[in-house]
Design a binder for this molecule. Structure first.
Ligand SMILES: C[S@@+](CC[C@H](N)C(=O)[O-])C[C@H]1O[C@@H](n2cnc3c(N)ncnc32)[C@H](O)[C@@H]1O
Length: 329
């Protein structure tokens, strides 16, 4: 990162792509065809992949118009089509482009540094700004609505589920008492005061978990992951490959469950030693590796925002048609 937070008028889109070598390495052998970057951001991963595989045609999605603009600029000299869309809409976007088969895909979940570091986007507990946090400002609900109108129990539930906040009820009650709260600095102060002093000194900034949780709620981030992953897996060609990078335990839990199910690992545990039942779908993908990977220590030292990353990767099986293939046949 270069010095100081970018200003509202700053057009640079600063984001260091995470585990980029691992992503490119996993995708190096995919067949030629269309690659879907479901969260294209500033186009860092996409550019690195297209440098290694100039034969691929890339479709990039992002729900944030400023990311779309940045990705278009970063990939202007490549075979890349960038669309403003949520990945929850990816099946419609691909259908509209006439794309029924994918050679590969990438989901790099969460927010970019460009979003976090711009005070006027309202994602940051470090700089004062409006309580916004919408990835797309056309979305109806902002952080201001969540912070100033949601009842205590609903707020506490969000802080617990999406922030793993141990003091969720105390923080939620303090927020409700402090209303109206107008900016990110005021919210960060209320949260810090609500957390017992000894706990404030552990686990980074005391407002980090609350800001993460409110951001996930505002953008309804988790509900789209499962259907989007199924839609991608169904469209992958044999030997096609995918990568998912997640940064939060709630995201990673969903990713892990979907990938394990499509890899037949849940069935394997349940039906070990039994013949495959009639009608039981064969596994669509293989997990490579079976579990998750973490960034190297050097990458975390160079880019602390990589520290929570979990990398999960898979390949479409080549031999047996899956449900979608059978229907299409
Ligand atoms: C971690 S950044 C991706 C950075 C990108 N890989 C790069 O190299 O620049 C995540 C991006 O995903 C976008 N995003 C998050 N949730 C999304 C969703 N449901 N649909 C589409 N884009 C989403 C965010 O706006 C953000 O730009």
């Amino acid at each position: 990162m270069t010095g100081g937070p970018p200003t509202a008028s700053d057009s640079r889109f600063l984001h260091h792509p995470v585990m980029v070598a691992e992503v490119v390495d996993h995708l190096a052998t995919i067949p030629s065809g269309v690659f879907l970057d479901a969260t294209v951001g500033g186009g860092g991963h996409a550019r690195a992949l297209l440098n290694a595989r100039p034969d691929l045609a890339l479709i990039g999605l992002d729900r944030d118009p400023s990311a779309v603009e940045a990705a278009r600029a970063a990939l202007v000299d490549r075979d890349a089509t960038i669309c403003q869309a949520r990945f929850g809409q990816l099946a419609d976007v691909l259908d509209a482009q006439g794309v029924s088969r994918l050679a590969g895909s990438l989901f790099d979940l969460g927010v970019s540094s460009a979003q976090l570091d711009r005070p006027n986007r309202g994602f940051s507990y470090r700089h004062d700004g409006p309580l916004d946090m919408r990835m797309d400002r056309a979305q109806p609900t902002s952080a201001h609505d969540v912070v100033n109108t949601w009842p205590t129990e609903r707020l506490a539930g969000v802080l617990r589920a999406f922030g793993d906040e141990r003091y969720a009820h105390r923080v939620a009650a303090a927020i409700v008492r402090a209303r109206p709260i107008v900016g990110t600095a005021a919210l960060a102060d209320v949260v810090r005061e609500a957390i017992p002093a000894p706990a404030r000194r552990r686990g980074g900034h005391p407002a980090k978990r609350t800001f993460q949780a409110i951001r996930i709620a505002v953008n309804d981030e988790l509900d789209q992951i499962e259907p989007a992953l199924h839609a991608v897996i169904d469209r992958l060609v044999p030997e096609g490959r995918g990568v998912v990078l997640s940064y939060h335990s709630g995201e990673d839990r969903i990713v892990k469950q979907v990938l394990r199910r499509r890899a037949g690992l849940d069935d394997e545990a349940r039906f070990r030693g039994l013949p495959r039942a009639a009608g039981q779908s064969p596994p669509a993908i293989e997990l490579i590796p079976r579990g998750s990977r973490r960034p190297r220590a050097q990458e975390v030292a160079d880019n602390p925002r990589a520290s929570s990353a979990r990398f999960r990767a898979f390949a479409k099986r080549g031999t047996q048609p899956d449900e979608h293939d059978r229907e299409a046949a």
